[in-house]
Structures are given as C-alpha cells and as structure tokens.
Design a binder for this molecule. Sequence first.
Ligand SMILES: NC(=O)c1ccc[n+]([C@@H]2O[C@H](COP(=O)([O-])OP(=O)(O)OC[C@H]3O[C@@H](n4cnc5c(N)ncnc54)[C@H](O)[C@@H]3O)[C@@H](O)[C@H]2O)c1
Ligand SMILES: [Zn+2]
Length: 386
Amino acid sequence: MEKHASRIAVNSGSHQYTVEIGHGILESAGAWLSNSHSQKDGSVSIISNKKVFDLYGATVEQSLTAAGFKTSKFLMEDGEEYKNFESFLQALEFLGEKGTRRTDAVLALGGGVVGDLAGFAASVYLRGVPFLSIPTTFLSMIDASVGGKTAVNTSFGKNTVGTFHQPKGVLIDVKTLATLDERELLAGFFEAIKHGAVGGPGILTSIEGFLSDFPVNGFSGRFNNSEFVGRLEKVVFEQVAFKAEIVSGDEKEDTSRNDAKSRKILNFGHTVGHSLEKVTNYRYFKHGEAVAYGMLAAAEISKRLDILDKNSLNLLKRVVSTARTLPDARSIEIQEIINSFSSDKKLLSEELQWVLLGGIGKPKIVSSLEIPEPIIFESLQDVLHR
Ligand SMILES: NC(=O)c1ccc[n+]([C@@H]2O[C@H](COP(=O)([O-])OP(=O)(O)OC[C@H]3O[C@@H](n4cnc5c(N)ncnc54)[C@H](O)[C@@H]3O)[C@@H](O)[C@H]2O)c1
Ligand SMILES: [Zn+2]
C-alpha cells in the first residue's frame, strides 16, 4: 500500500505545526522529526510505556537513528492512575540524568496518558523543550494530541495541574490502531461523534457511515483492505481538521468566551460524562463511554428546553447506537450524578456551564442557572434508566 501522508497545518498563537496522517508512516519518523524540529541531530527522549514501546518502539528508534538522532527512552507505567506527579517527577529526573538540552526533543509515543504526561514534562523541563508526538490510540489521534493541553491528575481531580505547550509536530500512523483493544477504539469513536455533534452534520454522518460500513468489531483484521484504510485516514483527517480549527481560534480556552467556536464546545457531553466516571470511581466506564451518555443527556436537556428539534436528537441517538450498546447505567443514582457535578464546580468557585445543542453543529453554552433542575433530573433518568 502506498505510504503517502496527508498534512494539516495547525495555527496556534505561538507557532504553527503540522499533523501528518498516513498508513505505515511510522518507518519515516526520522524524516518527519527532521522536518518538524529545527535541530537536525541531537537527542530525542522518547516517553512511552512498555506495551506501546514493545509494539512500535523499535521501528521509531531505528528510523530516528538512521536520520542521525540519538535516542533514549523513559517508559512510564501503563494506565490513567499513573498520570500523576510521581511519574511526572520520574520523567523530569530522566531528562535531567540524560543531560537533555534546550535544543533536544521530547517525543511521546502512546495514547493520551503518555501524551499528557510527556507534554507536561517537556513544557516545564528547562522552562520548556521541543515536544513532538506520535499518538497511538484513536482518541489521542483525533483529540488529545492536537491543541497543546498537557496535564496530570491530582488528589483534587483529573487534569487539574498542567500547561499549554504546543507540539512541534504530530505524526499519526493509523496502522498502529490495528493492535488497539476494541473497547479503547470505541471510546475514541464516541469523542469523534462528539466532534460531529458540535461540528456539523458532515462530520457526524461521515463517522456514522464509517462505523456502519466498518464496525469496531473486527477492526484489526481490516488493515489489508485499502478501502478501509483510505476511509479511516479520511475520518482521522476530518476529525483533526475540526479540532485544529477550534483550538486555533481559542488556543487557551478563554473563560470569557461563550460562542459556538469557543474551545469550550469540545466539552459537550463532559459535564455528565465526568460525573459518571467519578461516581463509579473511574473503574466502570471508559471515558468515551461516559461521554456518550453525557452527550445523550445534554441533547435530552436541549430538547426539553425546546432548543433542539426531535430529528436532531434522534440522529445523535442513532449515531451513538451505531457505535455500540453502552455499559448498563441503571444502578447509578441520578441524584448522585447531579451532586457530583454541582460540588465539582463549587470547588473551583465557577458557575456550571453546560454545552447544549441548538442543532447538529450548533452548540450553545448555557449557564446551569437557566436550566430547571427537574429538567436535568428527568433527562438523566431518560438516558441512564431507560
Ligand atoms: N490533552 C488533551 O487535550 C486531551 C484530550 C482528551 C483526552 N486527554 C487525556 O487522554 C487520556 C486518555 O487517552 P487514551 O484514551 O489514549 O488512553 P491511554 O493513553 O490510557 O491508552 C489506552 C490503552 O491503550 C494502550 N495503547 C495505546 N496505544 C496502543 C496501540 N496502538 N496498540 C495497543 N495498545 C495501545 C495503552 O497502553 C493503554 O493501555 C486521559 O488521561 C485524558 O485526560 C487529553
Ligand atoms: Zn473527553
């Protein structure tokens, strides 16, 4: 299969970078890094985990070495619970021990956990060193790797400490998805559906068409099918282009903006989604699954407030169900979810803002003060206790 890559330029306030998307392009990581990073040789510290590095580390290292880079690696433990200060400090110590200089690069190879942690370490080590990333989960390809948010989780919440540090380049090889667990894949597809819901009918129906032609079930067996690969690359391209457009216009998620292009719209489905994850101790749902319920809840609320029409609500429901049945949520107390998102916001002394829908591709940011609690309660009941 031809190894050609398509490119998307992302403009951030501070600089411009390119996201390269292709199939089997991991082998050309060295050339990509030379193009993206002003230093043509020097050291590259790869931050990954054992699982991903065992699969793809050798290919990346060989390519970087052939292009003249010196590589070293730091492998963090695998899992969201390791996206914490301890791993962050270990990563910094590793960079220090290797004598990493300001012109050297940090390269993340892995999913969103690795990307968030590596980006954070790169952003503060010597007050910031060049950061590049090779995302290897569907979620990190279409969401986490674009936009420059870095973070760790703390005792006071998920992603509560971090920075904005834009990458110098992102390389997406869709072939790496062949080894990804189907439930992980699906969790990413729900975030893609979220982009469609707030981005517009074109993006939403494209995802729906892809998922109905190529269900997540049996995904890994399709990589010899050139039609499948082409369509997958196209979906990733559309998704990255949409995320890039939003983050370019609102790099740091300006708190005062409430318009339909503000970065906040990417939080569609996340108010309820985060609470669902929290009340189930982050063990029951994949993040994307919780977001799927959250999107349905926000759409139900929008419908009950008469800002969303029935057809759009049904379209969203249909696309979510094309992806897969969600884990049963009937045993979760509705009031517990409501208490959870209310108390979260009190802690941050912020007024709770919902991302609702006035139609597909028409997000509306609405203060919780404008939504009667019974509407929230009934909508949650409808979606979770069907
Ligand atoms: N920075 C952002 O803008 C942003 C946006 C969305 C999410 N996030 C963060 O991303 C994280 C979630 O990322 P994720 O969903 O990628 O999870 P993850 O990084 O935990 O990866 C999921 C699992 O898949 C494994 N894996 C990764 N690539 C693989 C491959 N190609 N083959 C086989 N296994 C592979 C990982 O080792 C892990 O076990 C969360 O911490 C979230 O907060 C950040
Ligand atoms: Zn999310």
